[in-house]
Design a protein around this ligand. Structure first.
Ligand SMILES: [Zn+2]
Length: 563
């Protein structure tokens, strides 16, 4: 097989050539092995090989366990965009948050990388039938690639997988087996089926192509951040030599079995070993609270994670109760690099974050992906992330479908046009019907801030979750004119503005009996002195600090003041 890669046993250190069909160390029988490359040579030559290659997964083929790109099965995997999360960053007070948008893969999750590389390796090895267990995304991704490669696939899915996802798996021609059991049990059933039939079994973190495919996320992130920030400057890391690529300070990912973070961390490690980046980022591995064996183990300083027998979460994709050795391997790598953590968030925090991402960033993420963002919000609020940190969050998958528990009811207006509406003049009948939907009077809110970005953020918060008539003013003078002319139901006021500041605006509003009763919410970036707080006392309803509130928190304040 590929001569440029060796597999090293993690138990006895024995190095052997790589064959996709060999699962164990020839010397000690261990199933835990890792790919090794000639890092010194590749480190010297990689940068000169990249120009002219497409920005996709195959760009880094020297560091992958296959001969090369397989045009026959490729669906355009990898090369996903790195999106600046401007609005989320403004709410959190961190201006360098980036979303690695893995939803934009061929089957809308980061598992496309795993499937593309694994199926390419299987094809090179001449394998035509394979078995896997999945909570949905792996099965969808493998099914698409297996279809192109001419490989028959057996997918063992737990009955918790939404039926829409199961149908998506089946449409590709995969044999779907619904297993009414936990995911860990479904994996055991699939393994036994593969053993009895002598078929290839996808083994997640124990499968060389699966781990290797995830590295490409790290490679792409480093290249993309370099495009944004340029190479790191020597002073940044107190070293005298510069590296060509930039690494984030933090990398966030949701964790189920741990394959993703395990592979991504290996990728950053390899880049560091080849002197292409100056540091390995701190890893933030986020689990859902009802199934967080790794978080428990990490917080207790344990080397081995205790399995959780019955996961208590509605997010089926993350319900791996037994992380096995993958946790231990991630922990070892993190302790060598010295940074990062494991953290957990609740189902409710996750659903709330699904809304934030969709409404504020235009990114519809599945709950399993939103877990990582919920972890980011939690860690920023705990003071663990510095405002200047460069943070990359893996948005691992698209939401499909939007579950009822996330959106609730009342998300659409019903417009029923009866034939009676059309009896006399059809146009008038239609307008009359429409007026039943639009006749409500919306509360009128004035947003006063000299910064266009700050006004946009507040406008977006209000327009995405409520029905308001909005006015905007960009200076104190304009604000007073606006308030006297429109008499809004509520004013949202910034304090720091040139010429006439928020304090003066407030004085003017309160001195005019027409505008004096209008409630005011102050949203400010300023640390207020005791004297300034006194000036606001009794004259405003709420004081909110910029960079320290989420969209729904501002909305709660607004809803309490206007109906
Ligand atoms: Zn061995």
């Amino acid at each position: 097989m590929s001569a440029h890669v060796k597999v090293e046993c993690l138990d006895c250190g024995y190095q052997a050539p790589y064959y996709p069909t060999s699962y164990t160390c020839p010397r000690c029988g261990s199933q835990w092995r890792e790919a090794r490359y000639d890092y010194e040579t590749i480190g010297r030559t990689l940068l000169s090989l990249l120009p002219g290659r497409p920005f996709d997964l195959w760009r880094y083929r020297e560091l992958l366990p296959v001969h090369g790109p397989n045009q026959v099965i490729s669906l355009g995997e990898g090369g996903t965009p790195l999106i600046h999360a401007v609005n989320l960053g403004m709410m959190l007070g961190c201006s360098h948050i980036y979303i690695k948008d893995e939803r934009q893969g061929p089957t809308a999750s980061f598992k496309d990388r795993q499937a593309a590389l694994s199926v390419a390796a299987l094809k090179e090895a001449g394998i035509t039938e394979a078995v896997l267990a999945s909570t949905g995304n792996v099965a969808m991704a493998y099914s698409a690639y297996a279809a192109r490669a001419g490989i028959k696939l057996w997918a063992f899915l737990t009955s918790l997988v939404p039926s829409e996802k199961m149908r998506e798996v089946a449409i590709y021609g995969t044999q779907v087996v619904k297993v009414t059991a936990s995911y860990d049990q479904a994996k055991q059933v699939a393994a036994e089926f593969a053993r009895q039939r002598g078929l290839y079994l996808e083994r997640g973190s124990r499968s060389i192509p699966s781990v290797e495919s995830m590295k490409t996320i790290a490679f792409e992130v480093a290249e993309q951040l370099t495009g944004i920030f340029g190479p790191p400057s020597p002073s940044q890391n107190h070293s005298t030599t510069t590296t060509p690529w930039q690494s984030p300070d933090w990398y966030f990912q949701s964790v189920s079995g741990g394959l993703g973070p395990h592979g991504v961390l290996k990728g950053f490690d390899e880049l560091h070993q080849m002197h292409l980046i100056d540091k390995v980022p701190a890893m933030a591995n986020i689990q859902v609270e009802g199934c967080s064996p790794m978080v428990h183990a990490w917080k207790q300083g344990l080397e081995v994670a205790e399995p959780i027998r019955s996961p208590r979460t509605h997010i089926a994709t993350l319900a791996t109760g037994d992380p096995g050795r993958t946790y231990t391997l991630i922990r070892q790598r993190m302790l060598q690099g010295g940074k990062g953590t494991f953290e957990s968030v609740t189902d409710e925090e996750t659903y709330r974050t699904v809304h934030i991402l969709a409404k504020m960033e235009g990114v519809s993420a599945e709950p399993a992906a939103a877990v990582a963002f919920a972890g980011l919000i939690k860690m920023v609020r705990a003071g663990m992330i510095k405002p200047s940190d460069v943070v990359v969050v893996n948005c691992t998958g698209h939401t499909m479908p939007i579950e009822r528990v996330i959106l609730g009811e009342g998300w659409a207006r019903n417009l029923v046009v009866s034939s009676r509406d059309f009896q006399e003049v059809p146009e008038e009948g239609l307008l009359a019907a429409l007026s039943r939907v639009t006749a409500e009077r919306f509360p009128r809110i004035a947003i006063i801030d000299d910064l266009p970005d700050a006004r946009r953020l507040i406008r977006r918060i209000l327009q995405s979750q409520g029905d308001y008539t909005l006015f905007e003013a960009s200076s104190g003078r304009e604000a007073i004119d606006l308030a006297q002319r429109e008499i809004p139901d509520l004013i949202i006021l910034d304090l720091m503005m040139p010429e006439m500041d928020g304090f003066s605006v407030l004085d003017a509003l309160k001195n005019d009996q027409r505008t004096a009763p209008i409630p005011v919410i102050v949203v400010t970036a300023k640390e207020l002195t005791a004297e300034e707080k006194n000036r606001l006392e009794g004259r405003i309803h709420t004081l909110m600090q910029k960079g320290e509130f989420m969209n729904d928190e501002l909305l709660d304040e607004v809803r309490a003041l206007v109906k």
